[in-house]
Ligand binder design. Structure first.
Ligand SMILES: Nc1ncnc2c1ncn2[C@@H]1O[C@H](COP(=O)(O)OP(=O)(O)OP(=O)(O)O)[C@@H](O)[C@H]1O
Length: 290
């Protein structure tokens, strides 16, 4: 079942064209990783799908035009900088949010889920940045929405909070929720997303799974520790690049098998060898040149 459909979406801020031609669909239960450089237009796209910004072209969200009352009742969002800093407490904030939804969950239970049970009576203004992000997540969850837009959800969270957050996303996946998540933590996104949308210069330059993306950017990275000079490896078959950081070498190859065979005579001098495919981050940096 298609949850979101966008065709030829375009959007300008004044004379600045941010989205040039956006076409995509999202199916029920999918987790979409929406990635792009700073300023690529990810938040703008989410705001359009929420009905907060008007765009040219066609978009449906849950079979409705963006921004309808039905959509608001079934959609939870965690946007950047959308926390209204007021004097009320964390629990009151969640209760206020819950009151906007017809099938809301118990705010007290959400408080526990986001790991802020001890802060329920604390004023929003006294929370740390990471705690505020958790409250924003709680506000997105409390309406028990079918669809979630999470814009940079883990920005400002510490390592433990981020780990908890992604585990939570995994639970939501099992509940059949559909999610669009933007993040600059590409290592995290590549583990959770069913499908990636890469936004570049106002268009999606890639839509598909990580496997499909890696297949388009076939490269194996052989890492090892060695005292041998990088120049020795540069001439080996299929090697495209050799990076050195101290004793650590990263040998990039377009044919891992071929390069590994050529490394056999040197094995005595290579230590802690690992072989990996290119990560999403490597590919993203190659695609954007940044
Ligand atoms: N209210 C606004 N008025 C004018 N330009 C804006 C406005 N909001 C965003 N922009 C511009 O639109 C472009 C897209 O911004 P947007 O926030 O959608 O990008 P993003 O991909 O979410 O970036 P980031 O990863 O930094 O959050 C940027 O160039 C930004 O400067």
């Amino acid at each position: 079942m298609t949850v979101i459909q966008a065709t030829h979406l375009k959007f300008n801020y004044g004379s600045k064209q941010v989205l040039k031609d956006i076409d995509f669909t999202v199916e029920k239960g999918e987790i979409i990783g929406l990635i792009g450089e700073n300023g690529a237009g990810k938040s703008t796209l989410l705001n359009i799908l929420l009905g907060l910004l008007p765009a040219h072209g066609a978009a449906t969200v849950l079979d409705q035009k963006p921004g309808t009352a039905f959509n608001k009742a079934h959609l939870g969002s965690m946007l950047q900088g959308d926390m209204r800093l007021s004097g009320i407490t964390v629990l009151e904030m969640l209760q206020e949010a819950a009151a906007q939804y017809p099938k809301a969950l118990d705010p007290q239970a959400i408080l526990t889920e986001i790991g802020l049970q001890a802060q329920g009576n604390q004023r929003i203004t006294s929370l740390s940045g990471g705690q505020l992000r958790r409250v924003t997540f709680g506000m997105a969850l409390v309406g028990n929405p079918d669809l979630l837009f999470l814009d940079e959800p883990t920005a400002g969270m510490d390592a433990k909070a981020r780990q908890d957050f992604w585990q939570h996303i995994e639970t939501l996946r099992q509940q059949g929720k559909t999610m669009i998540i933007t993040s600059h933590y590409l290592e995290e996104i590549q583990q959770i997303a069913d499908r990636l949308l890469i936004l570049q210069d106002g268009r999606f330059t890639f839509q598909g799974t990580l496997d499909e993306l890696q297949a388009q950017h076939l490269e194996t990275v052989i890492s090892c520790r060695t005292e041998l000079q990088p120049a020795i490896f540069k001439g080996l078959p299929a090697v495209t690049n050799v990076q050195q950081t101290g004793l650590l070498l990263k040998i990039h190859s377009t044919d891992g098998d071929l390069t590994l065979k050529a490394l056999v005579p040197l094995l005595d001098q290579l230590h802690q060898i690992s072989v990996t495919r290119k990560s999403l981050e490597d590919i993203f940096i190659q695609m954007t040149g940044k």
